[in-house]
Design a protein around this ligand. Structure first.
Ligand code: SF4
Length: 461
């Protein structure tokens, strides 16, 4: 098969893993559909990109999209010939590599600067390579690119003042440092792509810097219990074991160094039963005071904050659920869900402090999260600080039980509720839920609050 062209994202895929690039080109059908949160990240990136260009009101957007590359190239050439000073998403091809830089700016002496916009909050190594390949193509296309920048989200920004939403870092030096390696990498990719599927081991690179979409395919032969389900085994250790083709638990020698929790997992696996410290659990349960409140928040934290006092990506709750169990076994449910686009925090707090009152333990799974949410709420709305601190003081973390006193090999080395619940309560599973995790909850909530009242909104509520 003849490969005509590589895009910037394909170049970065190749940097992560040759096999990933090969599969993207030759067997893209092996990748499952993207998860629901991905579209939101994409949409958020688009919004951030649009905001970033507002600084340049005279900029010209190259309208033709990826489906019409010849037209995009033509529009870019026209913009360059017409002395346009700022071009958004120009289209450049050099040595069969296609890039569309977010912003290029003409300098007084005819040279250019380039700005790449990212929704992240700092400069990562992958951004340097991303900008480097674009710089290489632009220079190869005849543009004298002087300086290159990464414009990214600034966490110090506080709504409603979005004037400092972005920070722009000059990354010319690190980009120049990696440029010379690009031609060699491209020729490696091209010869690799002309051959059959490369043999690349699984490893940390499957999720670093990005989660690879082919992990179901590449990881399919990894057994259910393996070195990857040993709790908190470091990647450097796993990589060494992979190299020696020791992936199953049976491959490990008796002397293999394991900490106490890791040993408990192996013991549970070998005995095919949980290891339970009943006294430890009793000690934790004895701390509980009725009525018991089982609390959970759903939160959102968009890149572009939209409520007073919020920083980019700062989480705020839009929903809570609280089941209340009294000593006689009566169970009651209280909840709050913000149904409009306005700020949910005050109404949610009012409902929450009324639901929980001033007596009884507040049970959460991984309570550090609930604690963090309520500490933030107390900062934003200090008039409720006392009640919120009282709730925080009564938090009781169910995760402690599974972290310290209850090990079951069927949790597969994790203590997350998603792994623990289906084992402990087989009738309950996340799989059949319409909204099955926090990311889906965020996506669904953002969709719901924008809808007018009616059937579709009610369904999402
Ligand atoms: S899952 Fe891992 S080994 Fe397979 S293509 Fe992706 S990065 Fe490469």
């Amino acid at each position: 098969m003849k490969i005509n062209r590589l895009s910037k994202s394909k170049y970065l895929s190749g940097l992560q893993c040759h096999k990933r690039l090969w599969l993207e080109i030759h067997k893209p059908e092996l990748a499952p559909p993207p998860p629901p949160g991905e579209q939101r990240i994409f949409d958020q990136g688009t919004k951030v990109g649009e905001l970033a260009t507002e600084e340049f009101p005279d900029g010209v957007l190259i309208e033709a999209d990826y489906l019409n590359i010849p037209e995009a190239v033509k529009q870019t050439e026209e913009a360059l010939d017409n002395s346009v000073d700022v071009i958004f998403e120009g289209c450049f091809i050099f040595e069969n590599v296609l890039v569309r830089p977010d912003i290029i700016l003409r300098n007084d002496l005819g040279s250019w600067n380039m700005i790449e916009v990212k929704s992240s909050t700092g400069v990562k190594e992958v951004n340097i390579h991303d900008v480097a390949v674009q710089t290489w193509v632009l220079r190869g296309s005849g543009l004298e690119v002087k300086r290159v920048f990464l414009k990214h989200i600034n966490r110090d920004c506080v709504y409603p003042d979005l004037s400092n939403l972005f920070r722009t870092d000059d990354i010319t030096e690190p980009v120049n440092a990696v440029l010379p390696a690009i031609p060699k990498k491209l020729s490696e990719y091209k010869s690799m792509l002309d051959k059959s599927e490369p043999n690349v081991s699984i490893g940390e690179h499957c999720s670093n810097p990005y989660d690879c979409q082919f992990s179901d395919y590449c990881w399919k032969d990894v057994p259910e219990h393996s070195i990857f389900t040993i709790p908190r085994l470091r990647w450097s250790v796993k990589e060494r074991l992979i190299e020696r083709n020791k992936i199953t638990i049976n491959d490990l020698s008796a002397e293999f160094p394991l900490n106490e929790n890791q040993q408990k997992y192996i013991k549970s696996l070998e005995g095919k039963k949980p290891i339970v410290d009943r006294n430890g659990i009793k000690g934790e349960l004895d701390k509980l005071e009725y009525p018991l409140h089982f609390l959970d928040f759903e939160t959102d934290g968009p890149a572009i904050p939209r409520f007073d006092g919020l920083h980019p990506y700062e989480q705020f709750p839009f929903q809570y659920s609280c089941h209340i169990l009294d000593q006689k076994g009566n169970l009651e449910h209280k909840e709050y869900l913000q149904e409009t686009e306005s700020d949910p925090r005050k109404s949610l707090i009012e409902s929450l402090v009324a639901a929980i009152g001033d007596k009884g333990s507040v049970i959460a799974y991984n309570a550090g999260f609930e604690k963090g949410v309520m500490n933030k709420l107390a900062q934003w709305c200090p008039e409720y600080s006392e009640q919120l601190k009282s709730i925080i003081g009564r938090l009781w973390d169910q995760l402690v039980i599974f972290r310290k006193y209850y090990t079951d090999y069927r949790f597969k080395g994790s203590n997350s509720l998603k792994k623990v619940l289906p084992v402990m309560v087989p009738s309950m599973s996340y799989e059949n839920l319409d909204v099955s995790d926090g990311i889906e909850a965020q996506v669904t909530w953002n969709e719901m609050i924008q809808l007018p009242d009616g059937g579709e909104k009610s369904k999402l509520i």
